[in-house]
Design a protein around this ligand. Structure first.
Ligand SMILES: O=C(O)CCC(=O)C(=O)O
Length: 228
């Protein structure tokens, strides 16, 4: 599909993960059910080293705001079919759209995303990218195209919890798992965006810190800046 062809480049084979799943001292709030960190890594040094380049903010949007986003997005998405055989196999079980104009409630949410994720000086990609993953869908490890996207990717997760895995391109034993609760915001910046692949795990691999995280249908609403 047009959008993914431009954004998803440099596809990678998923590595076998190694390393202890150590508690991270992560940023982001606690998981609703307890007090577990939302970011786990192959080492505490890696998690600390990336610092604010990886963020997960729980409950970034309210249920009402999620509802407003879904009401705007569902009619258009429903007209499309999920694709299960993308030509380069970067993503499985998805449909997508992009949206430039939003109603007032959604625009407020997006302004909040922009204000926490991007500096005022940076130019943003106009349309917001919307990716709807079927319950059986997943995104394979990739690095976003440097030609089309700048240093920062910020995404809201609607409808489902999920796990995003980051793996260092030149050292596959260096990885992070991010638990992305429904209605959270994640932000990847700089090294985390350029030097690590990211992926969204399929339902049957969706385990965080030994706990199963069932993956339902998931919609992500993704803002990006332009390359310098
Ligand atoms: O659905 C997501 O949040 C991740 C999307 C993604 O991998 C990307 O836009 O590069």
């Amino acid at each position: 599909m047009k959008l993914l062809l431009s954004v998803f480049t440099r596809l990678h084979k998923p590595p076998a993960l190694t390393g202890a799943r150590l508690s991270s001292g992560a940023r982001g709030g606690p998981v609703a059910a307890g007090d577990e960190a939302l970011i786990r890594g192959s080492s505490p040094e890696l998690v600390r080293g990336l610092g604010s380049q990886v963020e997960v903010r729980t409950a970034f949007i309210t249920e009402d705001e999620e509802g407003a986003l879904l009401r705007e997005l569902e009619p258009g998405l429903r007209k499309k079919r999920y694709e299960f055989n993308h030509w380069d196999d970067a993503i499985h079980g998805y449909r997508e759209t992009e949206r430039e104009r939003w109603g007032e409630a959604c625009e407020k949410v997006l302004s909040r995303v922009r204000s926490v994720a991007f500096s005022e000086a940076c130019s943003l990609l106009g349309p917001v990218h919307v990716l709807d993953l079927d319950k059986t869908g997943y995104i394979k490890p990739h690095v976003d195209s440097v030609k089309f996207c700048g240093s920062t990717i910020a995404g809201l997760s609607l409808l489902s919890d999920s796990i995003m895995r980051l793996v260092r391109e030149d050292a596959k034993g260096h990885w992070l798992d991010l638990l992305l609760p429904r209605r959270s915001l994640y932000i990847l910046r700089d090294q985390a965006r350029y030097d690590f692949t990211h992926e969204i795990l399929k339902d049957d691999e969706s385990v965080f810190n030994g706990e199963r995280v069932p993956r339902q249908r998931r919609i992500s609403v993704i803002c990006r800046n332009l390359p310098d």
